[in-house]
Design a protein around this ligand. Sequence first.
Ligand code: ZN
Length: 371
Amino acid sequence: MPGLLAGPVVPLRLVHRDPPRPRQPGWVRIRPRLSGICGSDLATLSGHTSLYFTPLVSMPFVPGHEVVGELLDDAGDLPAGSRVVVDPVLGCAARGVAPCAACAGGRHNRCDRVTVGHVAPGLQTGYCKDTGGGWSGELVAHVSQLHPVPDELPDERAVLVEPLACAVHVARRAALADGCSAVVVGAGAVGLLVTLALRELTPAGHITTVAKHPHQVELARRFGADDVVAPRDVTAAVRRAQRAMALTPERGPAYLLGGADVAIDAAGSKESIHTALRVVRAGGRVVLGGLPGEGIDMTPAWFRELDVVGAYASDADDFEVALRLAADGPLEGLVGQTYPIDRWREALDHAYDAGRLGTVKVAFDLRNGAR
Ligand SMILES: [Zn+2]
């Protein structure tokens, strides 16, 4: 409902406070230039996230984890003034603790130590009280979180690197063999970027993307979907494409016997996850690419012997691939509108209603300061 998210009950305020200071070696100050608004930010602000996360954040925090910014301090080889994108995951390196098994293997998105070390609990920058976040004039980050932005990459593309890295990670978790079919359920920023990553980086065959709004249909096609269908048509479309059989239970949505090789939930709603679970063939794979909703019926995972895998954040390799995609991908116009920070209520309303308003990504523009 427009106005509700950014209304008086939202647990968010615009305040003046001293910026966070680097307190340990390896930490530097960053001035954000553009900071994206992510679906997970909106879910957090509207109370639609699981209480599972409560030990993994520290309050009060400054949101914002999709950040392109400018270094205010030298960071290793990178001189002050360089533009960087921030990998928001606060793993062992950032926390100054000996690497856990996941971090030692280069998979800091699976870090076991996101609550310990010299940084307050917080799975990411933007959920941690010590680091600040992107929706502000200044934050701090550890050098291990930084990726330099090439001069020729404009801010409007660089701010997409973090969500692109997550999409690259989803595409890798989909583990598509040559020619396999994929269904992407959702065509917000995540679903569109996942469609692009599947087409650019994997040997996927037929890709079906589920989209609600006209601009999403056009972008899904531009990004490589063979078929773009409305949510109510996806089961029938996959049934036809895969010569599967549809069954309709007494309650709940129809499902297929037979179906796509892989389905990716890119919306995180109960409905989108049910769709993903119900259009995949027996023995197929379902990737949870978004923060999952509650009340999911897992019956198909059992009956169809599905591999259900999560895809959370990204690792360092994903960021390097995302930087290349940000430079080469057909991403014109994806950052639909930017707002100064003092218009945060409008910005959040716009982001919450982005699909209907024909926008993919809304961002805060902090290049004139955090006004
Ligand atoms: Zn770790």
